[in-house]
Design a protein around this ligand. Sequence first.
Ligand code: PLP
Length: 376
Amino acid sequence: MKKYKFLDLKYVNESFEEELKEAACNVISSGRYILGENVTLLEKDIAEICQTRYAIAVSNGLDALRLILRAYIEMGEFKEGDEVIVAANTYVATVLAISDNNLIPVFAEPSPETMNLDLHNIEQYITDRTCAVMPVHLYGSTCWDETLLKLPGLYNLKVIEDNAQAIGACSHVPGLFNTHATGGLGHAGALSFYPTKNLGSLGDAGAVVTNDGKLAETVYALRNYGSDYRYHNVYRGWNCRMDEIQAAILRVKIPYLQKENIRRNKLARIYNEKILNTSIKKPIVSEHQASQVWHQYVIRSPYRDRLRKYLSENGVETDVSYPTPPHLQPCYKTYKNKKLPITQSICNEVVSLPISSLTTENDAVEISEIINRFKY
Ligand SMILES: *Cc1c(COP(=O)(O)O)cnc(C)c1O
């Protein structure tokens, strides 16, 4: 029986193997391993992709989020105990960044359509302690509209994008800008280059992007022991630097990112057209989305577990992002009685189909046909 793998990182990186080896070897023989020219050049590339003035390369996506929140605390914009509104169906890292800074996560229900933060119903979560809203561009699908442009002025809050899954995506907001890359839409954005992401490193890596010079300066210092110049510490900072090797690896892969995103769009279009089983809900995207990068292609079924078993028996590997929402994790047990029915039903119903560089257009047609034969 033919197998349809969900993801194979060895395969993903094989096509860049020669270039990756050369890039790594150049770092090895350069003698410069931390905060060298690869990091600086990568920061230029990332700022260009996200259409921001600044990009700061950091250790991983969680640290990128932690650094943004901590920087706003150091700048006096946020204080401990302030509230951050976040989509309840996000990956746990978004919430960890909030609680790690002694800020309070306020779990907001996503839209049952787009599965992203429901921006039409967001104002109900705002209190006089709200310091930020954190939209997550989940699965590579943009979470943005004019509400997020209006809220900061109305309520004195920051909009911080978790762009870990959506590098290269664009949003459209009528009357304001034609299209703009995610990450650079709000006050600050966090990126992850975890190996499974659309732009994946060969280890941990991430970035902070912003147009705010003061924020950038604070994050630069915080990622490097809180030091503004050598042996001078303005903050009790962290070590959240990105390695030169990871930066060099990412610089090899950046020129291929757009092609990869276009390929994913083709596969998504095939799934959208070919999946006709009426028990399956296909992805619905925001009307403001200009382009999506399909980090995941996520369908929903009330018979999710039976569907996964059936797909597995037919050679199709799938994944679930995420089976348990953060507020039901043991580490957040104080929130366990919160009623978040939309979040809960999304977590019970989602299945991710193969859409990596391993999946061919023909695979997507065949997987769709297998799904169409599913009887619950
Ligand atoms: C991957 C991811 C993160 C964390 O990134 P790491 O680099 O793994 O720390 C945060 N938020 C979301 C939505 C993610 O998908």
